[in-house]
Design a protein around this ligand. Structure first.
Ligand code: UD2
Length: 315
């Protein structure tokens, strides 16, 4: 039998993925607490549910804040993190304080407060650029950045907390997530958010490398679906799941689709490849499909259109 969620905590709940998760939880009638430092999150992301959630501005490294948020929670969705790979390369120490120690603090607070299950946001970054495609969860990880090491460490701690303290922990390895509310403002923002804001200004995008590199883009609504399944399914605890679509899109083709949506015909600027850029990333989602019943619902074209509409409305 699955777990029913009466009360949940979403760390990073004012962020891109976290806020969509909060919307879904509120909609399902669940009481929701959001813990967010607003370092990269925005309260505007919670606009439609603001009066129905308990919002705590605070850091996951602050035990007092965690102690305020945890009581009575059945499930914690841990989405808060330094999410930029490059930022973790530039500042491995600060990012480790947030992503490593902060995650242990979240797990430990969950244990202290008798939370039943924690769902952790991990990343396809843990696979590195091992050539085997698609990536399956049983592959040996090959982290190539502090970010990837931090996410992998999170997974090990999650497994340990399961074994040592019987905390049910589930890790989700996100592939390239996109959708409304993804912040395009940094050069290391998701490529779809950057390309869309470029297209809307009729500006040429910069494609790093030859543009033949491919990604597995998963719509944020499907990532929410995976989180809810991970939080409630009886067979999820102690496991790691890829969250993607198993469909490959080349960066050149991505720009063409976005330019077509925007009705612009600007040229493309090709620049140097990014250091450490992975050539191809593709998920196998067989495990999530078989165990959780996960099935991505939003086709790429549809997700792209919905995302573009959101940027076009200047939201
Ligand atoms: C994604 C995740 C990252 C980590 C990683 C795992 C995002 C935003 N980042 O990084 O957190 O999990 O996967 O390996 O989802 N590109 C351009 N022009 C631009 C921006 C990007 O050509 O203006 C290219 C970029 O060089 C890369 C591809 O687009 O080949 C995707 O870039 P990204 O930054 O969206 O995501 P990625 O795969 O580097």
């Amino acid at each position: 039998m699955g777990l029913q969620i009466n009360k949940a905590l979403v760390t990073g709940g004012a962020g891109f993925i976290g806020s969509h998760l909060v919307d879904a939880l509120v909609q399902s009638g669940c009481a929701v607490t959001v813990l967010d430092s607003l370092t990269t999150g925005h309260v505007e992301n919670l606009a439609s549910v603001r009066d129905r959630v308990d919002f705590v501005q605070g850091d996951i490294r602050d035990d007092d804040a965690l102690d305020r948020c945890m009581p009575g929670c059945d499930v914690v969705f841990h989405q808060a993190a330094v999410v930029s790979v490059t930022q973790t390369v530039q500042d491995p120490v600060t990012s480790a304080r947030v992503n490593d120690l902060g995650t242990i603090q979240v797990l430990d607070a969950a244990r202290r407060h008798g939370v039943r299950r924690v769902v952790l946001a991990s990343s396809s970054a843990v696979y590195g650029d091992a050539p085997q495609l698609p990536k399956t969860e049983s592959m040996i990880p090959a982290p190539m950045s502090p970010y990837a090491v931090q996410k992998l460490t999170n997974e090990y701690y999650a497994a340990l907390y399961g074994r040592l303290y019987e905390l049910e922990a589930v890790c989700l390895r996100y592939f390239n997530v996109y959708g409304p509310r993804q912040d395009p403002s940094s050069p290391y923002s998701g490529v779809i958010s950057i390309f869309m804001s470029r297209a809307l200004q009729a500006q040429a995008p910069v494609i790093h490398g030859d543009g033949n590199q491919t990604r597995d883009f998963v719509f944020v609504g499907d990532v929410v679906q995976a989180n809810l399944l991970a939080a409630t399914h009886a067979d999820a605890p102690g496991r790691i799941f890829n969250v993607g679509t198993s469909q490959s899109v080349a960066i050149n083709a991505l720009w063409q689709s976005i330019a077509a949506l925007a009705g612009v015909a600007v040229g493309v600027q090709y620049g140097n490849s990014r250091m450490g850029d992975i050539l191809h990333s593709l998920s196998s989602i067989q495990r999530a499909r078989e165990i959780l019943g996960f099935q991505p619902e939003v086709r790429f074209e549809e997700g792209l259109r919905r995302t573009f509409d959101w940027y076009r409305q200047g939201r």
